[in-house]
Design a protein around this ligand. Sequence first.
Ligand code: AHM
Ligand code: MG
Length: 333
Amino acid sequence: MYKGTTFTRFLIAEQRKFPGATGEFTSLLTELATAAKIIAHEVNRAGLGNILGAAGRTNVQGEQVQKLDEFANETIIRMVDHTGHLAGMVSEEMEDIFHIQEHHLRGKYLLLFDPLDGSSNIDVSVGVGTIFGIHRKITPGEDATPEDFLQKGRAQLCAGYLLYGSSTMLVYTAGQGVHGFTLDPNVGEFLLSHEQMTIMKRGKTFSVNDGRYFLWDHPIRHYIDDLRGKEGGSPYSSRYIGSLVADFHRNLLKGGIYLYPGDRESPSGKLRLLYEANPLAFIVEQAGGRASSGTEAILDIQPITLHQRTPLFIGSEEDVRMVEAYIKEGGKR
Ligand code: AHM
Ligand code: MG
């Protein structure tokens, strides 16, 4: 495909590779891209309106909800709830499953998303993102059930993210490689800019909140010490934005590892399995990288609850395998 191909045209071409495809998927992703344009517009001018700051409530995770979190959540729901393609949704900002209202048609797909990840960064104009994954409904009946959403990440049909950074990018996979599109603000369309993205087998960068160093277990400290060159050799660079999508995106393009391990305060880490770790894990595997909880591939974890957290090690394959080896050697916590 030539550079500059529209997202919609690209999706239609991909859809043609599957003879039985109905176009529902293409339509769903197109609506998501429209939601992303609306969110990008609001994020880019956030300081001007009355949309910065906290919404005055905490979410199911006990975290402060930002007004833009709510805006992004509502925008995505509004753009996709009526399409007839979805049986239900799960979002970081909603405690329970969002069921498609009676007056809309119900479909065969499930959308799981983090509407605005890294939203504590908005007030200081740092890049934030949207993360999403799509599953097929597996239980009988029209309404989505918890069982539908508690599928392993490996069963995802599609996953993607939006990065609202110095440019707005949409990166997605439907299991046929990873492709990136950049929003041309003058045209108002996502245009193909990064076809068939792959990640280096090994990078030279690590991304972690190392303010938590003394909360980590020994193997993680040992690993990071070694990346810093404690035993000699050339050290890795440290790059941490504190926005998962932005950190992930940089490492996807340049190689490296992002980690949010479990620690003494948060044994399961911070990030949510269903709509943060799983979609990015699908993308990184498609790009030739690896995502792990430290002991198993993220995509092979059997979810138990909608909002469960997981330690996350994601990026270049050899870097992720290396930290897994440190954890294995370090034994049990
Ligand atoms: P959020 O979903 O509430 O925005 O939290 C997730 C974010 C990630 O984007 C980021 O990588 C991480 O939290 C940063 O956490 P910390 O401030 O502990 O470094
Ligand atoms: Mg998040």
